[in-house]
Ligand binder design. Sequence first.
Ligand code: ADP
Ligand code: MG
Length: 259
Amino acid sequence: ARASGDIRFVGVTLRYKDDAAAALQDISLRVQPGETVAIVGTSGSGKSSMVNLLPRFRDPNGGQILLDGVPLQDWNLGALRSQIAFVSQHVVMLNDSIAFNVALGQQVDRLKVTSCLQAANLEKFIAELPQGIDTLLGHNAMQLSGGQRQRIGLARALYGEPALVVLDEPNANLDDEGEAALVRAVQGLKGKGKTVVLISHRPGVVSVADRLLILHQGMVQASGPRDGVLAALQKQREQALAAANAAQVAPPGAAPAAN
Ligand code: ADP
Ligand code: MG
């Protein structure tokens, strides 16, 4: 059965080694079915660690993660993983047709391939290829841009009809056009009712998120509906700036005496 894509993290802690500092500490998050959440934070803040817990690539040391109200460890592992599509920065292409690369490991249903490519915002790109979805990729074949590659990865992810789509820094090497295409693709996923977890830095991409989770050193710095979190971050920035200015303009007498 298809999950609805309701995700909950409850006080999740993760340590890669018993004696290591926690990579994730007391993380809580609720994502409703069909919502898009963006996880934002500097490199090493724990973003990938967090999403890698969803298909149980690892289990947390503390706390609980639930999909559709059921703890992950109570799901059949194969059933759980079939609900979750992962798109990372490194989409591997096989030396075969676009259709084969989208269906990857499953029987090629041409209509379904086309609809997944459409959902990944590659419709126009495919329409301009003389061989369409039969165009060969790989050596001797066409060069894909980084953005096209990622969107083929997205189409591949959709082919499995997941409830949940995870995009881990999909836009690291994208130009503006690639970013706009990705944003439209995420909007397409939302239109299909998918729950989307998006790891990204780009403000343009964050704008499609319904909610934001800001991670800092494995802890939640801010979390909630997008606009509220953005406003809180802006306020923090202004306060930090005001504090820095106030420190610079020290009251007379407080300055150290010049020799
Ligand atoms: P991000 O995706 O935000 O860049 P990561 O989740 O990759 O952050 O990393 C968070 C922390 O966990 C970092 O300190 C990183 O070194 C550590 N870490 C990530 N993966 C592993 C691993 N497989 N083994 C040990 N430490 C890891
Ligand atoms: Mg990462």
